[in-house]
Design a protein around this ligand. Sequence first.
Ligand SMILES: [Zn+2]
Ligand SMILES: [Zn+2]
Length: 271
Amino acid sequence: MPSVRITFLGTGAGESLHRAHTAITLDAPDGTRVLLDASSGNSVMRNATLAGMEPKDFCQLLLSHDHADHMSGLPLIQTMHTRASDGGDPIQVHCSSKALENLKLLFQATSPGMTLDHEGLRNSSGRQVVRWTPIDDGQQIGLGPNTSATRFPVDHIDQAMGWRVECGGVSIVFSGDTKFSPSLVDAAKGARLLIHEAYGTETSRELAEQRGHSPAADAGRAAALAGVEELILTHITNAYHIDPQPLVDEARQYFDGPVSVAYDLYQVTVD
Ligand SMILES: [Zn+2]
Ligand SMILES: [Zn+2]
């Protein structure tokens, strides 16, 4: 039975004090590594190193949206990937057209000497170091011999998206940041695993929704309606960094399957 190893490199919400910002790797049976979101600062490479991963092996990035806590770590990932894979392939970035415009601004501001074109980013010696592709809703993209991903819309900011990743017959769905979203429920139908954000509990629903997020109850509801096998909560606010049990308890009121809360360097294998 093929299995996918999932490593949570960052599991904190935007204002996180004790955890890195969002980044998750999926290691598929065909050898493809997919990075879901790029966190901020040096968090991806710092935690990837602790998990025994090499910078050269970060080749495919799926971005959910263009908030800083999901995207701003990319320039350092690119730098380390390029140095480690001398002469190797560029990082391939798949995102919305709006996120791509902001990604270009990010590289322009932080990476002097690089040149941008419609295909991606080139370093001072003309080598392509990032290749970017704007993806439409519902579009399926190939990431490896037996690994693909499909974008679906979620309710967070303009052009925010979640991803359904198929890894050799194992389906993993990532919500990105979102309020309760019927399009996510549709996209997650029958998935092996739903990784869903949880911005606190019902007690902070109003604040969560104002900021475009879901309380744990809505993550549980989405998991139940989609009929997924397992739910992992992430994008955790400070109040639940030490004791996330209230998030699990609330999601379990709606969803019968296994529920856990990710933490930085949490690893799980699904098949
Ligand atoms: Zn976020
Ligand atoms: Zn966001």
